[in-house]
Design a protein around this ligand. Structure first.
Ligand SMILES: Nc1ncnc2c1ncn2[C@@H]1O[C@H](COP(=O)(O)OP(=O)(O)OP(=O)(O)O)[C@@H](O)[C@H]1O
Ligand SMILES: [Mg+2]
Length: 387
């Protein structure tokens, strides 16, 4: 699939941005602070129903605006689809939004939007994925899986709700409330949690060989290991992935039961998918501790390329690849490897790549857009000149 048209209205600094886009590589360049990242963020919001960059979608409402609107025309295998999100500010005071989604003009729930536009995002912060906190690696799973499995996103919402309630009951128990009332939430936690764990196990098992192959293309010789390590066995202990949902449920139930005393002592739930880990190893050793800075970046590149290929394998369609300012963060060898791999993915893969200033050399044949003062016009092509 690819994004054919995009409109961002009162979305951060974009008052009314309209773009026509095509498959292949589009390079968006221009000075700092002109809304290049915001453009990719808008696309991600339409695909994911939340911003991968902002804590709250309310941050994206243009300052002082009463409403924002994002629309995309997506060209896919099953014909064109129009996805539209309108957010109205609900009241004075802290900004809160009322969201309304439409697909082909019909009002719809957020979960029905997921999968209409599939994206793989690569933000500069992702380069810290190997070394950073486990939350970043869990987010990678959540973003990828929720776009291909709408039930996953729904299970995630139910899980978070049950977890919040259970933790609140654990805090009440600590403060003299009923000591075992938190167990009332175990059933909801188990049902939703088992779905998350089973889907994550399947996803990582499918991603691992793709990432291993991509690492070689990036120019790294070591063997990359990706392994899902669900938090089923108490505080900070991570276990082997379960074979299926039934096993996930059984082991999570056991973990919650055994973890009861520790949960009560800490007044929070220490077992479950909110504490899962994705273990990354290079030649069998933990990459976060032993891989060099450059090797860690290669691993991230490989994982992102694997994500693109996984979407294609799983859905038979190309996702849209959003690369924000990533080239400037890579050394020339890795820049070259990434561009070579992109070229090898074929012309159907739509890639939107932002670069600050004129940017590094990118292959001729790419389309250039220049963003300046919130306006977009065809690029000068200066960045196409051979180095
Ligand atoms: N809610 C908002 N309302 C209006 N403007 C906003 C809002 N949030 C951010 N901005 C503006 O958007 C600008 C940032 O845009 P963006 O990050 O997309 O720029 P960029 O072109 O990617 O810059 P760089 O090259 O530095 O990465 C900021 O300068 C800020 O003034
Ligand atoms: Mg930027």
């Amino acid at each position: 699939m690819h994004l054919a048209q995009l409109r961002l209205f009162a979305f951060r600094g974009h008052q009314d941005l309209r773009l026509e886009l095509g498959p292949g590589l589009t390079v968006i360049h221009g000075p700092n602070g002109q809304g290049k990242t915001t453009l990719l963020e808008g696309i991600a919001v339409l695909a994911l129903t939340q911003s991968p960059l902002a804590g709250s979608l309310a941050d994206c409402l243009a300052w002082g605006a009463p409403a924002m609107r994002l629309s995309a025309a997506v060209a896919g295998r099953r014909g064109p689809v129009a996805v539209d999100l309108r957010c109205d500010r609900t009241e004075a005071g802290p900004v809160r939004l009322r969201r309304r989604y439409r697909v082909d003009g019909h009002p719809t729930a957020a979960r029905a939007v997921l999968g209409r536009l599939r994206v793989v995002c690569f933000w500069p912060d992702d380069l810290g994925l190997v070394k950073g906190p486990a939350g970043g690696r869990r987010r990678l799973l959540d973003v990828a899986i929720s776009q291909s499995d709408p039930g996953y996103a729904e299970a995630g919402v139910r899980y978070r709700r049950a977890l919040e309630q259970r933790n609140a009951a654990l805090r009440q128990a600590r403060d003299g409330g009923p000591p075992l009332a938190y167990q009332a939430w175990d059933g909801a936690l188990l049902d939703s949690g088992a779905s998350l764990i089973a889907a994550r196990a399947d996803f990582v098992a499918a991603l691992a060989p793709l990432a291993q192959a991509a690492l070689r293309e990036v120019g790294e010789t070591g063997a990359l290991g990706l392994a899902y390590r669900p938090a089923l066995a108490g505080a900070d202990a991570r276990a082997a992935p379960p074979a299926d949902r039934a096993e996930a449920r059984e082991r999570l139930a056991d973990g919650l039961l055994r973890g009861g005393p520790a949960d009560r002592a800490r007044a929070q739930t220490l077992v479950g998918p909110h504490r899962d880990e994705v273990e990354m190893t290079l030649d069998g050793r933990p990459a976060r501790a032993f891989a060099s800075q450059g090797q860690q970046r290669s691993i991230v590149l490989a994982v992102k390329v694997a994500e693109v290929r996984h979407h294609r394998e799983a859905s038979g369609e190309e996702p849209v690849l959003l690369l924000d300012d990533v080239l400037s963060e890579l050394d020339p060898e890795r820049q070259g490897a990434l561009l070579r791999i992109l070229a090898g993915e074929g012309p159907a893969l739509q890639t939107l790549l932002t670069v600050a200033g004129e940017g590094p050399h990118v292959p001729s044949g790419a389309r250039h857009l220049r963003m300046d003062g919130g306006r977009v016009r065809p690029g000068t092509g200066a960045a196409q000149a051979p180095p």
